[in-house]
Ligand binder design. Structure first.
Ligand code: PGA
Length: 282
C-alpha cells in the first residue's frame, strides 16, 4: 500500500505569509519524491486559496460539520470543502474531542457525512493515558461508535489514525510494536463489524510525536500505512526529510511485497511464482 502522510498544521502558523512560505518550502522539497502521498491540512482560512494555487497538491480539512447547509454559525460544510478541492477530512481528532466537546455521536455523524459526500475520512481514535491497560477496549468502543450504521461499500474511503492521546505533541511517541498492535486491533474490529476484505483495505496510520527520526520504525511495520503528523509538519526541512524517509520505506516494501493476486507481468515471467505473495519487481 502506498504510504500516506497527513500534515496536520492545527491552528498554525499565525499569519498568511508564514503559512504560504511553509507550504512553498515543503512543496519545493517533496515534489520529486515518489512512492508516498502527502496531504496538507492547513487551517480553513487558507484552504481555498492554497488549493486553487497549488493544483496537483492534495489538501485535507481538519474538521467539517455534518449538516449540508443552514444556520450553523462558525461551521463549514462538505460542499464548501468540495468546491475548495479538498479530498480528505480529519474527523474526531482528540483535540476536538477534548477542547470542543466533540462526542462519539458527533464523530459518527461527521464520518457518515464525509463518506457520503465522496471524500476520504481520516478517523482518529486512541487511548488517553499511557498507563491505560484497556487500549483494545477503548479502540473498539470508539470505532464501533464512529462506524455505526455505515454500509460496507462506503468504507472504501475510510482511513483510521491510531493516535494515543498521551503521545500527541509530547515528543514521546509510542513504540512501533504498540502502534502495530493497535493497528491489528483496529482491523479486527472492522473485520468483525464488516468483513476481512474491508479490514485489510482500510489504511491505518499512526500519529503522536512522529518525526523524521522515528518515521521509519513506524512505517516499517507491515500494517501501518502512514502517519498523521502535527508538530513536525510545521518545520519545512524536518517534514521534507520525514517524507523522504517514508518514501524510501514505501518503495522498499513495494519491491518486496506485491500482493498475492498480482497478475503475471506480460513478457516478464522469470522468477514469478503464482501465489507466493513475494514477487519480483514488475
Ligand atoms: P504531533 O500531533 O505530531 O504534534 O504529536 C499529531 C496529531 O495530533 O495529529
Amino acid at each position: 500500500m502506498r504510504k500516506l502522510i497527513i500534515a496536520n498544521w492545527k491552528m498554525n502558523p499565525q499569519n498568511y505569509a508564514e503559512a504560504e512560505q511553509l507550504l512553498a518550502a515543503v512543496l519545493g522539497g517533496v515534489k520529486r519524491i515518489r512512492g508516498v502521498t502527502v496531504v496538507f491540512c492547513p487551517p480553513f482560512v487558507w484552504l481555498t486559496d492554497f488549493s486553487h494555487k497549488m493544483r496537483p497538491v492534495s489538501f485535507g480539512a481538519q474538521d467539517v460539520f455534518w449538516e449540508l447547509a443552514g444556520a450553523y454559525t462558525g461551521e463549514v460544510s462538505l460542499s464548501m470543502l468540495q468546491t475548495s478541492r479538498v479530498s480528505h477530512v480529519i474527523v474526531g481528532h482528540s483535540e476536538r474531542r477534548r477542547w470542543l466537546g466533540e462526542t462519539d455521536e458527533m464523530v459518527r455523524r461527521k464520518v457518515a457525512a464525509v463518506l457520503a459526500a465522496g471524500l476520504t475520512a481520516i478517523l482518529c481514535v486512541g487511548e488517553e493515558s499511557r498507563e491505560q491497560d484497556n487500549v483494545s477496549a477503548v479502540l473498539e468502543q470508539q470505532l464501533v461508535a464512529a462506524l455505526g450504521g455505515l454500509a460496507k461499500a462506503s468504507l472504501a474511503r475510510l482511513v483510521v489514525a491510531y493516535e494515543p492521546v498521551w503521545a500527541i505533541g509530547t515528543g514521546e511517541a509510542d513504540s512501533s510494536s504498540n502502534a502495530l498492535s493497535a493497528a491489528i486491533t483496529i482491523r479486527k474490529v472492522i473485520r468483525d463489524r464488516f468483513d476481512q476484505k474491508v479490514a485489510q483495505s482500510v489504511p491505518v496510520l499512526y500519529g503522536g510525536s512522529v518525526s523524521s527520526e522515528n518515521i521509519v520504525s513506524f512505517l516499517s511495520e507491515e500494517g501501518i500505512d502512514g502517519a498523521l503528523v502535527g508538530g513536525a509538519s510545521l518545520r519545512a526541512s524536518e517534514f521534507i526529510e520525514l517524507v523522504r524517509r517514508a518514501a524510501a520505506v514505501s518503495r522498499s516494501q513495494g519491491r518486496l511485497k506485491l500482493p498475492v493476486s498480482t497478475p503475471r507481468p506480460p513478457g516478464r515471467t522469470a522468477g514469478w511464482k503464482k501465489g507466493t505473495g513475494v514477487q519480483p519487481v514488475a
